[in-house]
Design a protein around this ligand. Structure first.
Ligand code: ZN
Ligand code: ZN
Length: 355
């Protein structure tokens, strides 16, 4: 606020309100020079009174901008910052009618959120442990004939049993030729023998997310896919080795991408190598070819290169890692050598059998 010469800051993005106050409901936070207030409605006022630390809870019943305007006057000051990339144009129009000077601010809270304190690290670590355990249990249940969606539904329920608050996002389960869709949803497609299946999953714990991807085989996949898998594994491990405090975000992307390019698959890896994980599943910093910024100890990022071959299949391997002074701690430890499940000799999923 000092750097932007602000008298106050209006925080309306829910993850930022939660980060600054602990309040998990819907509402807006007004931070003045020495005081703060959370403005919310009757659905959340009790939650705000209970959860909000360092901020008064104020209930509005009419138009929220009227109460926001009153609080701005109460907290003092003329020049108020707002989150320029988090406010709808229609909301901005209503704010613009308030008798204060509005100043657009970009990513101020998001930048602070990028480095996690020990409580946040513990929450992500636990969300990662749940995700890894659920995924490993799912692998042992994979059978030909099980649909992608059946796998996703089972895993969602299992993660909740293990203590997750819910899924971090709609799980991606992409089998066979659908594997070339980097963000393919879990469809009705049955898993088939000889296919690769990519699972990109995660869960929430105390509001914090986990994110892990593994590609596994059913039976024995064709040699070309096995070769591509090995390239992704080496790229992912090179990316993880490049993570440490002081490394540029670009250098981590370059380490992973370089392995894929040298193997001749550069055209088949279109997305960035990773992203921050915290209260949001995708947050700062981004690890990409044009990314800016430098990693610091306490950041939590993913490393997730992939190769996608249209019509044939795809591979992605992703870990969530905690940046440390001299490297990183992998929060999603799970084998990366190509593993095969549900192959010959396994009972058919629909026939029950081993289940
Ligand atoms: Zn993921
Ligand atoms: Zn991810």
């Amino acid at each position: 606020m000092e750097a932007e010469r602000l008298d106050g800051m209006l925080i309306s993005f829910d993850a930022n309100v939660r980060y600054l106050t602990g309040f998990s409901g819907e509402g807006a936070l007004l931070v003045g020079g020495s005081e703060a207030a959370v403005v919310t409605d009757s659905r959340y006022i009790e939650t705000a009174q209970e959860q909000a630390q360092g901020a008064r809870a104020v209930e509005y019943s009419g138009k929220i901008e009227e109460t926001v305007g009153q609080q701005m006057r109460l907290l003092g000051g003329q020049r108020w910052g707002f989150e320029a990339d988090r406010v709808y144009y229609s909301e901005y129009q209503r704010l613009a009618e308030l008798p204060v000077e509005l100043a657009p601010v970009l990513g101020a809270v998001e930048e602070i959120r990028a480095v996690k304190d020990s409580d946040e690290q513990a929450a992500v670590r636990h969300a990662c442990q749940i995700a890894v355990q659920g995924l490993e249990e799912l692998f042992l249940r994979l059978r030909p004939g099980m649909t992608e969606e059946e796998a996703a539904v089972w895993l969602d329920a299992r993660m909740r049993e293990l203590g997750a608050e819910g899924p971090a996002f709609d799980f991606i389960v992409a089998s066979g030729s659908r594997g070339s869709l980097p963000h393919g949803y879990a469809s009705q497609r049955p898993l088939g023998i000889g296919e690769l299946v990519t699972f990109d999953v995660g869960c929430r714990f105390l509001g914090y997310n986990s994110d892990i991807t593994r590609t596994v085989a059913l039976g024995e996949p064709q040699a070309g896919l096995q070769r591509a898998y090995e390239v992704v594994r080496q790229a992912q491990e090179a990316g993880v080795r490049a993570v440490r405090s002081g490394a540029t975000c670009q250098s981590v992307d370059a380490a992973a991408r370089g392995v894929i390019e040298r193997a001749g698959y550069g055209a088949h890896f279109g997305h960035g190598t990773g992203h921050g994980v915290g209260l949001e599943i995708h947050e700062r910093p981004l690890l990409g070819a044009r990314a800016e910024g430098v990693l610091s100890a306490g950041m939590i990022v993913t490393v997730e290169p992939g190769i996608y071959l249209p019509g044939t299949g795809g591979i992605r391997i992703e870990d969530t890692v905690l940046v440390t002074e001299d490297g990183c701690e992998v929060l999603t430890p799970s084998p990366k050598a190509l593993r095969s499940f549900g192959g010959e000799g396994s009972a058919n999923w629909r026939g029950g059998g081993l289940l």
